[in-house]
Design a protein around this ligand. Structure first.
Ligand SMILES: [Fe+2]
Ligand SMILES: [Fe+2]
Length: 308
C-alpha cells in the first residue's frame, strides 16, 4: 500500500485540491470579444504584450516537456531514507504535468485565434532569455537529473532534485511566471483605463486566473519538497539553493527588464518589490536561518546595489 491514509502529506492534499480546482478546460472560453479588444492595442503595445505572452507560451511548453525526469528521480530515491513519501509526491507531479500541458494548450489556442500566429521568436528578441535566466535552462536541469538517476548515488540524486525544484518551482514558477502575471495585470488595467473601460481581454484574464490558481499549488508543493530535501541534506541550502538564488538576483532582480514599455504609467518598481517578496516567501518556507546571504532578501539586494 503506497499511501498511508493516516499520514497524507502536503503533496497528496494538494493533489486532492487539484482534482477539484484543476478541472477547467481552455476550450471553454470564447475569445471573440478579446479579438476586438486586441485590435485597439497600438503596434508598440501589441509587441510588448506579445513579448510577455511569448515567454509564457514557450515557458509552458518547456515546463511540460521537462517535468518527467523529476518523477523518475523521486522513484530512484530510497523512500525509507527520506523525510517524506516520494510516492505521494510522484502522484502530485503526475497531476502537474497534465496541468502544464493544459496551460500550453491555452496559450496555443490564444495565439492561434487572437494573435493569429504561432511564432513566438520575433517577440522574444531583446527579451528576458538573453538576460541569462530563462525556461530554456530547464532542459539542462532535466539532463542533470537523468545523469543523477543513472549514477545511483542517493546524495547526488537529492542534490540534483534540490537544484531542479529550485530552478523549476522556486524560480520559473514562483518568480518568473508570477512576475509575468503582475505585468499582465498592469498592462491590461492601464489599457482599460485609457479606453475608459472596466476591463479588456476579459476571457484572457479569466483563463489566466485559472492558470494562476494551478500555479499556486505547484509553487506550494515545490517549496514543501525543497524544505524536505533540506532536512535530508542540510548543506543543500548553501551548496545549491543559495548560488542559484544569487544567479537569479544578479540576472533579474538587479538588472530588470531591458524592453521598452509603451503602456503609460507602468510601474516596474512595484513588480520588483512584489517579486522580491515572493523570493522571501520561498526562503522563509525553507527556513531563512539556514541561508548565509539571502535570509533577508531585501537587505541583501540593497547591500549589493550600494556596493555597485
Ligand atoms: Fe504552467
Ligand atoms: Fe506550473
Amino acid at each position: 500500500m503506497a499511501i498511508d491514509y493516516s499520514n497524507r502529506e502536503r503533496p497528496y492534499e494538494l493533489y486532492r485540491k487539484g482534482k477539484r480546482e484543476g478541472t477547467w478546460d481552455p476550450d471553454q472560453y470564447d475569445f471573440e470579444a478579446d479579438k476586438d479588444d486586441w485590435e485597439q492595442f497600438s503596434d508598440a503595445e501589441q509587441r510588448r504584450f506579445l513579448a510577455t505572452c511569448s515567454g509564457f507560451y514557450d515557458g509552458e511548453e518547456d515546463v511540460t516537456r521537462t517535468l518527467a525526469p523529476y518523477m523518475m528521480a523521486l522513484d530512484a530515491l530510497d523512500n525509507d531514507e527520506m523525510p517524506f513519501d516520494t510516492v505521494q509526491e510522484e502522484i502530485y507531479l503526475a497531476q502537474q504535468v497534465y496541468e502544464e500541458a493544459k496551460h500550453t494548450d491555452l496559450f496555443s489556442r490564444y495565439f492561434e485565434e487572437v494573435f493569429e500566429t504561432q511564432d513566438t521568436e520575433p517577440y522574444r528578441e531583446g527579451g528576458y532569455q538573453e538576460q541569462g535566466y530563462s525556461t530554456d535552462d530547464l532542459y539542462d536541469t532535466a539532463d542533470e537529473l537523468l545523469a543523477a538517476i543513472n549514477s545511483g548515488d542517493q546524495r547526488e540524486l537529492v542534490y540534483a532534485l534540490g537544484e531542479a525544484y529550485l530552478n523549476y518551482m522556486g524560480i520559473v514558477e514562483a518568480q518568473l511566471a508570477r512576475g509575468g502575471y503582475l505585468s499582465f495585470d498592469q498592462m491590461i488595467e492601464l489599457k482599460a483605463e485609457e479606453m475608459g473601460r472596466e476591463t479588456v481581454l476579459e476571457s484572457f484574464q479569466t483563463a489566466i486566473g485559472k492558470v494562476r490558481q494551478d500555479e499556486t499549488r505547484h509553487i506550494e508543493n515545490g517549496r514543501w519538497v525543497m524544505k524536505r530535501l533540506a532536512e535530508a541534506e542540510p548543506d543543500i541550502v548553501q551548496d545549491v539553493y543559495e548560488p542559484r538564488i544569487d544567479e537569479y538576483v544578479q540576472n533579474r532582480l538587479l538588472t530588470g527588464p531591458q524592453m521598452d514599455m509603451p503602456f503609460e504609467g507602468y510601474d516596474q518598481r512595484q513588480i520588483g518589490k512584489q517579486t522580491t517578496q515572493y523570493l522571501q516567501d520561498t526562503i522563509d518556507y525553507i527556513g531563512s536561518d539556514h541561508f548565509d546571504e539571502y535570509g533577508d532578501v531585501r537587505a541583501a539586494v540593497q547591500a549589493q546595489r550600494a556596493a555597485d
